[in-house]
Design a protein around this ligand. Structure first.
Ligand SMILES: *[C@@H]1O[C@H](CO)[C@@H](O)[C@H](O)[C@H]1NC(C)=O
Ligand SMILES: *[C@@H]1O[C@H](CO)[C@@H](O)[C@H](O)[C@H]1NC(C)=O
Ligand SMILES: *[C@@H]1O[C@H](CO)[C@@H](O)[C@H](O)[C@H]1NC(C)=O
Ligand SMILES: *[C@@H]1O[C@H](CO)[C@@H](O)[C@H](O)[C@H]1NC(C)=O
Ligand SMILES: *[C@@H]1O[C@H](CO)[C@@H](O)[C@H](O)[C@H]1NC(C)=O
Ligand SMILES: CC(=O)N[C@H]1CO[C@H](CO)[C@@H](O)[C@@H]1O
Length: 270
């Protein structure tokens, strides 16, 4: 009886190992097949993008989109999980054009990186606020213009938001920061270079961001005093408020943040 049990165990082990090798299920991402509707969505996206360096040449009809340049699928479900379409800082043939709302078909997208591209002909599309699975959104130095859509505040899973823009271009602005206060999962926020001159509510809004570790508001044209947010952002480690017009009235609590490692207030009125 015992030998039967042992050999049955070995038999099962053999089957598992054999299945693993034959379909390479242990190999993760590269072997999952993409989902057809998501492939079509990506092709529509490509259609509206200007791609001077042919970065998206692998994006063709009928292919396995999980193997396409910049596309990362979930290793078990095959859903598109991440889109890494960032340019490199030194690259001068950047992606541009417009962004097709077909992006919304990627319902499981957790990470979108378009940084260093050239979207100077458009604003951040309103529909980005519907990409509710996102945990990472990096649109830094991608030259988007105009107002930041406030419905980005609906991205409740967002942990990382980088909308930093080039100081010399004054590309983007926000007239309110109420939407930021709704991003309760945020750990990293960078709005450096975004014109916040008119976002006077930054003094009143309660930034209930208990997970926030880094706050970068370099060169945002902020005025008046530094508001007291410390109670609701008590885990802050890095704060950069340099190059604004903040005055010397400062909440004492700013200096009692237990986890603070770096505080940059240089180039202000104070
Ligand atoms: C899938 O990816 C996760 C991490 O993203 C990893 O922990 C897991 O082992 C992977 N599973 C397979 C079957 O490759
Ligand atoms: C986005 O891509 C840029 C350029 O490759 C990289 O430096 C940056 O770390 C990426 N952002 C995230 C959130 O991974
Ligand atoms: C960005 O794209 C615009 C056209 O949309 C073009 O005029 C401009 O030269 C491009 N800039 C860079 C730095 O590639
Ligand atoms: C997203 O946010 C906007 C305001 O910022 C709000 O009016 C809208 O109803 C929200 N949409 C959803 C689907 O939650
Ligand atoms: C800083 O600005 C606030 C709001 O305008 C004002 O109440 C405060 O007196 C100012 N502090 C100094 C030192 O100018
Ligand atoms: C510790 C602290 O100041 N918590 C405040 C955070 O913000 C909420 C309002 O959203 C206040 O009710 C809390 O008192």
């Amino acid at each position: 009886m015992r030998t039967v049990t042992v050999s049955l165990f070995h038999f099962l082990l053999f089957i598992i190992v054999a299945v693993c090798f034959s379909c390479s299920c242990c190999d993760g991402n590269s072997n999952v097949l993409c989902i057809e509707s998501e492939r079509e969505a990506l092709l529509k996206l490509k259609n509206d993008l200007i791609d001077p360096s042919n970065k998206l040449s692998s994006w063709v009809e009928g292919g396995n989109c999980c193997k396409w340049n910049g596309v990362v699928c979930h290793n078990l479900t095959g859903h598109v999980d991440q889109l890494h379409l960032a340019a490199e800082p030194y690259e001068w043939l950047k992606l541009g054009g417009t962004i097709n709302p077909s992006l919304l078909q990627l319902k499981h997208l957790t990470s979108l990186n378009l940084s260093y591209n050239n979207f100077s002909s458009i604003q951040i599309p309103d529909f980005f606020g519907l990409l509710v699975s996102l945990t990472y959104l990096d649109l830094s130095l991608a030259q988007f213009q105009g107002p930041i859509p406030h419905n980005l505040g609906n991205l409740s899973k967002l942990q990382y938001l980088d909308l930093r823009c080039d100081l010399s271009s004054w590309g983007m602005e926000a007239k309110s920061l109420e939407w930021v206060s709704r991003l309760s999962s945020l750990q990293y926020l960078d709005l450096s270079g975004v014109d916040l001159y008119k976002a006077t509510d930054w003094l009143q809004v309660t930034f209930n961001l208990p997970s926030l570790l880094e706050l970068h508001l370099f060169g945002c044209s902020l005025e008046n005093q530094i508001p007291d947010y410390s109670g609701n952002m008590s885990f802050l480690e890095v704060v950069d408020l340099s190059l604004n017009s903040l005055n010397s009235t400062m909440p004492n609590s700013l200096f009692s943040l237990d986890h603070l490692q770096s505080l940059d207030l240089s180039n202000n009125i104070c």
